[in-house]
Design a protein. Structure first.
Lengths: 326, 95, 95, 95, 326, 326
């Protein structure tokens, strides 16, 4: 059974095993933890490296090939929070503002999940369009904006204040650290092209997978500390955090095929749809919808969907793509 | 002169420093801290769960306005603790 | 309300926060610092020689208990300084 | 006992700790902070523009000498804020 | 004279020279010092990399080859504090708790010394069993536990309290940051094997020696600042910090030969025996035996034994091995 | 037109584009910023790597080749503040102490500018003497000392105090973090030679350009935040910060030729002369001449001369060298 082998290959990769080690550290109350500047440094490195590589890839492929699936990615980012919101409201009986906040997270994307997926595809020799980073870049913001608007509409519109926090959200969604780094590095990579790439390859490409593995160790610690909160969020969000990603994943793969991507690229679009943001969205939502309860959106994106995706989700979306392209 | 100390989640930074400007503070000092409280541990290794401590020297009336605004506008929204103490500053005219 | 500030070597962290729980503190704030004192410089670049500062808001009687326990149990064992001051807190019922 | 707190640019570190020794402080605690004030933002990401906060416990007369020396020698030269507050310390004989 | 050449080769390696540069920085009161997160980051990198490589090596060699010398390593870790303790008590006239604390440090190991030794062997083309990291991993904890028990027996047994701090020691010795990272990465490497190694090699293997050199620069600063304390610890500990490592080194080499290691592996077991911990042991001892004076154990392990080992000790243990295997 | 192409090649390099991205981040008030330990770590890496490489290069070339141009570099460092000081006093109507402080910065050097220049020369396949790092190393301090003496002479000589702060300046100029790292690593590289280089090459050489690019991203943020201060410093310093570097650059190239350097090395000596310090000098000056206004010297060196040099200056000095050597 191919899918089981695919899952096993993923589970035995250094990245996933280090993630598991981080979980163990949190659960055994080891004092292991990365200092914040190290976490920040690794994040910056990963975002800059992935953005830069994506930009170089876009320059090589030409905008003509990229724009249509990129548009599809933005569409996904806008549509996902809209269908997810009522599910949370009705199915989960969550308050409007909490539903809006969670919806924003699931429409947005997790760069680390995306990176883990590209590494996985590389490891099993599945080719993919390396300009797919462009989809990552354009898919972070729209959902955050949609989610904030949903949340604002739900709470009483207190005029001025509401406008101010929409502006905050807008600024956060477009110029927040992680999006800025990703989009900016994409632009730099695009302008540099292959010539620039050759200079920085030994830093941004060769050690990349190892850095990711180290980073996932810390992510395991962070996610592991959240595991206690699983009780607080209840069974609905637990199911939500696994089922909704699978549905979104299938949707992404399907749209990828529709817009002309190859199997690898469609898988990555599926991974992006399915993934939930835990860097850009929490920052923007905490500042624009402070009434929303962070335990709900952080626990579901960080302690449920993220671990699910990097262990089982990624091979599953690949399998979906394989069946669709068969 | 009063020293107002605010410990809050890092995401409240803009909201808090904005408020400081509004009540007329001439400056502030700020640093990252780790915390524990009613909302659980905030371990200061990733920005999503980290705290800052803000310290500001103010005239008594400004301090009063700051505390009231904090209690009204920010306490309901952010994890936060704030307190005031008496200090004797050098060059009081600066504040 | 009282603010108790404790500066101690990083290794005393568990011992100090354990004590805080025992005397009934509802939370605390903590950050790494560098120090100089009777035991020499503690330069904060490696964990073996670094300090932390712990700040905790408490009711006066709990503060008293904390200081006494510190003096009795931890001062003989760890490099440490502790002091108490008066503060006016927002939402005193929280502590 | 007095707690004197000094927030100043990182480059003033030697000058400040030298002064502490001169007025007879037995130790101090110090950490990097970020600040805003009359000289603009000091964002604490590069040493050229970063601040430190120095905290020192002293006898009242030593605190007085320290504040006066600060006002006379260092305030004209460095971006700096200093203030004094009353604290009750454990083991007062240490300071 | 071969031994002199071996020492010279070691002294002129970048790692040792950068260590010396750090000493100079401390002695000239340069303001050079690494921020704590950088130190933490380098430590994490070194431990994870060495653990991972060791795990891959164990998987390649098979447990069958590793278990016997690993057992010998644990035995060394248990026996060393037991013979060192009376020497400190009687020879050094140190208090029971200080003797126990120092004994714990010398029975445990210094990962950085081990790493420097592997680099040295590589540099002079002396082959060694790369699964030797396993010995490093199993040798950190036993001695700490023995030392804490010795210390507790020595101080009046205050029942409950004593049990609590033995538990603290146990947890520290098994789940403390450095041991957890080392053992955990070893397990990850073991599970990944060669396939996983290929992915992370450019990060965990290629730059390793350079990172070590940079790290030793900071270690030089840290050790250099301790040099002043040499006066405080007195001539006994000075002699102790050099002679005891040489004896332990010889013991380790001998046991390595007994348990079937090749010349390189036996040298490394000698290095481990001789080395004194300055990361894991101080943390555990400070928390479990706070009555012990840190100046004594830190100065001897960090400012005497560590510099001695990475400059003269390593080539000496190799020479001992050469004579034994001649 | 060769010079335009040269400039374009420079502007489209990853390093310069990331610098521009940092400027954009500052101007759009993105919350992007590196934590201080990351900045410190990158600085340490760059200084150690460049110093080490330089030391290895000196060992390879032999002192005989290096000493004459190194002397010229020191001469430049002494002369530049002397001619720049009256320009600032008379032309800029600046106070004696401010003039002395600025003069110290322009006589000293910017390691990052130098590094960017070597990368640029490598990128366009222009060979250069790699021992040129020696000039960087000897050129940092003299100007700082000259500047402090000028400043002290200008302010009333308060005897003892003045001597004390000259001593401070001396210590800072010789043992300050950045100079210590550079000179120390140079010495280490010199002692290790090629053998040592081979061990640490994958860490200190291969990823170097990428690390520089990442570092310049943060430098862009730092410089960008200073742009507001351009108004405060006025048009004189703006012109000064561009014209004086060009003059110094030409002077450096010329002296390089006189002392027997090849085209590449002369260009680098020009780059060094033209560059203004923003790490070593500010630290020393702030401590020894605290009366001087930091806004003036930091803004001109960091927000004017540094960006000018790494974008336009470097190709210009190369062009000057080309004409001189034609
Ligand atoms: N009693 C306390 N003393 C000092 N700091 C506190 C105390 N309670 C809470 N804090 C700080 O305030 C933050 C927010 O508190 P809370 O909303 O109770 O979680 C905590 O993470 C701590 O840093
Ligand atoms: N007079 C003081 N003022 C402020 N902090 C102090 C003072 N004395 C000691 N400390 C802090 O307490 C730590 C332990 O002090 P000691 O046990 O005297 O070495 C020092 O490293 C300092 O961080
Ligand atoms: N009102 C204030 N409250 C607290 N800290 C202040 C205040 N004003 C200035 N500071 C701190 O003192 C530093 C120097 O102040 P200044 O010289 O006004 O720029 C600032 O960077 C702040 O860290
Ligand atoms: Na998504
Ligand atoms: Na040992
Ligand atoms: Na210059």
């Amino acid at each position: 059974m191919e899918i089981l082998e695919a899952i096993q290959a993923n589970l035995l990769s250094p990245a996933v095993l280090f993630f598991a080690l981080g979980l163990v550290a949190a659960l055994t109350r080891s004092d292991l933890r990365f200092p914040e500047p190290l976490y920040a440094g690794l994040t910056i490195y990963l975002l800059v490296a992935i953005g830069f590589k994506g930009g170089v890839a876009i320059a090589a492929a030409g905008i003509a090939k990229v724009w249509l699936p990129a548009l599809a990615a933005m569409l996904l980012g806008t549509v996902i929070p809209l269908w997810v919101y009522p599910v949370l409201r009705v199915g989960g009986k969550l308050s409007p503002v909490d539903s809006a906040a969670i919806a924003a997270h699931y429409g947005s994307v997790s760069a680390v999940t995306f990176i883990a997926a590209t590494n996985y595809l590389k490891a099993i020799n599945q080719p993919f369009e390396s300009y797919a980073t462009a989809f990552l870049a354009v898919m972070e913001s729209p959902s955050i904006l949609v989610g904030v608007v949903l949340g604002k509409l739900a709470t009483k519109p207190s005029g001025e204040k509401s406008g101010a926090s929409l502006k905050t959200a807008m600024h956060e969604a477009l110029f927040g650290r992680s999006i800025f780094l990703l989009v900016g590095s994409l632009a730099v990579g695009f302008l540099c092209g292959e010539t620039g790439m050759r200079k920085v390859e030994p830093f941004f490409v060769a050690p990349f997978q190892g850095v990711l593995a180290l980073f996932l160790l810390e992510m395991g610690v962070v996610a592991g500390r959240r595991l206690e909160d699983l009780k607080k969020v209840g069974p609905f969000l637990l199911g939500f955090g696994i089922l909704v990603p699978v549905l979104n994943g299938a949707l992404g793969v399907y749209l990828g095929r529709l817009t002309g991507l190859e199997l690898g690229g469609a898988t990555l679009l599926g991974v992006l749809s399915s993934s939930a943001s835990y860097i850009a969205a929490p920052a923007a939502i905490r500042m624009s919808l402070p009434e929303a309860n962070p335990t709900l959106y952080l626990t579901s994106s960080l302690a449920i969907t993220f671990p699910f995706n990097i262990t089982l989700g990624i091979p599953i979306y690949l399998e979906i793509a394989r069946r669709l392209y068969a | 002169m009063k020293l107002v100390t605010i410990v809050c989640e890092a995401y409240a930074k803009e909201a808090v420093t904005g408020l400081l400007r509004q009540v007329g503070a001439q400056g502030y000092t700020l640093f990252p801290v780790e915390g524990d409280g009613s909302r659980g541990k905030r371990p200061a290794d990733i920005p999503e769960f980290s705290n800052i401590q803000v310290e500001v020297i103010l005239k008594p009336d400004a301090a009063e306005r700051l505390l009231q605004a904090l209690g009204r506008d920010l306490f309901p929204r952010y994890g936060m603790v704030a307190f005031e103490s008496d200090v004797r500053v050098l060059r009081p005219q600066k504040f």
